[in-house]
Design a protein around this ligand. Structure first.
Ligand code: GRF
Length: 198
């Protein structure tokens, strides 16, 4: 069997997408393994899920660095030390420096809880409800210099129902996120979707 590609995860919070990626990688036929989870938040819930699954974790608190570049170079060093080939951001709440994005471009992907290019940034479900859209969903995309703007790898749609609150819509979208992220990661790992860096 060919070697699995080494994946690193960047998280800031509860880590439900991390859990779905861990579950997908547990399948011997899945072409990737998660070898490192980095959080910028000391008590991020996802850290416990990773440890329980026997995955190495590292906390790199952004507040202890003098600049975005210094924080990112610590992340870069940790990823390189672990031999990471592909990075998945899963609820990572920091914006990267341009140099970090350039270094990892084509090898770093993110999940966002809307059908990009609509509703970038935060308070995404509030934005979708305020716009009265009938359909929302989630997107896995390559990370590019501009936030939530890289080339789209895969999307999944859900209906926005009458009476939805940001919470009910978020829950419906999150269920799709958990299916979409492993699928999108597989597409990237297998080279079936590529972001060729000029
Ligand atoms: C998800 O909705 C993801 O799309 C967004 O942040 C949330 C993270 O949730 N980027 P979790 O930490 O994976 O549960």
């Amino acid at each position: 069997m060919s070697a699995k590609r080494k994946v690193g995860l960047l998280i800031s919070g509860r880590g439900s997408n991390l859990k779905s990626l861990i579950a997908a990688c547990a399948d011997p036929k899945f072409p990737a393994e998660i070898v490192l989870v980095i959080s910028n938040v000391t008590d991020a819930g996802g850290l416990a899920h990773a440890s329980n699954a026997g995955i190495a974790t590292k906390v790199i608190p952004h507040k202890t660095f003098p600049s975005r570049e210094a924080f990112d170079s610590e992340i870069d060093a940790a990823l390189n030390d672990a031999g990471i080939e592909i990075v998945c951001e899963a609820g990572f709440m920091r914006i990267h420096s341009e140099s970090f994005v350039r270094k990892w471009q084509g090898r770093i992907i993110n999940i966002h809880p809307s059908l990009l290019p609509r509703f970038k940034g935060t308070h995404v479900h509030e934005q979708a409800i305020a716009a009265c859209v009938k359909t929302s969903g989630c997107t896995v995309h390559f990370v590019a210099a501009e936030v939530d703007s890289g080339p789209i790898i895969a999307q999944s749609a859900v209906p926005v129902l009458k009476g939805d609150t940001p919470e009910t819509l978020a829950a419906r979208v999150l269920e799709e996120e958990h299916k979409l992220y492993p699928l999108a990661l597989r597409l990237v790992v297998e080279g079936r979707v590529r972001f060729d860096v000029p």
